[in-house]
Design a protein around this ligand. Sequence first.
Ligand SMILES: [Cu+2]
Length: 347
Amino acid sequence: MRHRVNCWRRLILGAPLLGILAGCAGEMSILDPSGPAARHQFWVWWAMLGVSVVVSLALIALWLYTFRRREQPTRTPREEQRIMLRWVLGGGIALPVVSIVALLVFAAPTGRGMLPLPLAEGEAELIEVVGHQWWWEIRYPGENGEPDVITANRLVMPAGEPVDFRLTSADVIHAFWIPRLGGKRDMVPGRRSTIRLEADVPGVFGAQCAEFCGAQHTAMLLHVEALERDDYDAWLAERRAPPEPSDGFDEARQAFGEHCVACHTVDGFPEQLIVDDVSHDIQGPDLTDIGSRPSLGAGVLPMEEGAIAYWLEHHQTLKPGNRMPPHNHIDIETLQDIGAWLETMEP
Ligand SMILES: [Cu+2]
């Protein structure tokens, strides 16, 4: 019986500690930084925690002191008033001003480190990121400055060097945040802002929209892959090369030209298959490399065999409110054909 009580006590005492420790690791943890900006933010986080713990403890101590404090009958009301004023000025004005200024001085270099300032050694790699409800568009500028590689929900970047992310939004305000590399920065429609981040070493990092942007805000995950410079260049070159004409899937491509090209693009898709009267009002993700993405719907469904067809059939249940209309008018065999064809898209 006593042993059981001890077990429960350990569980009750240990559970919060386990919960706290569980938040210290993982691909979305700011407490596991993997780049210079994130390391700065890591120390700002600890400094803020330290200051707030000290201030909280001081407040609790003062509060407890009020219970033990005895009345001082010899003090005149004027003296009492002067003491109260001193507390208001000290605790209500001086303490917050000193704490905030100290934190500002400590945090200012962190913000400066994420500015796209000129570099001694050439230019930083530039990648454009556009926020949409509720997915990410990633654009890689070519030699003339225009993006010549476009992908979605998967950001590939070089490791070991600074990268300037030029941010904007196509609809509402989103925020770009890769917790282990740094951030976050608002993405405002009609405006462009740039944040400089760097990954120390190659790896995979999680990212998430950090500004509430509508019903599916939480289903707006971004998969970030930092590659060695050579691997990054090879990936870009592969994406820039004209796509090989694929054999088979004639019916799927026919159906794609009929139902999907109003919103989606696939590099090298034959013009003659595009139905003329489609309207291009709604913009959906570029699907040229969809087969190589780790998930569908910006993190909603893992990419595996049959996943695209399943997504096409059930996307409004899996991610209610997303901009793609339901496909009730298309038969399941056609959706499966389109899905099987798109799964082969791995340039
Ligand atoms: Cu959001």
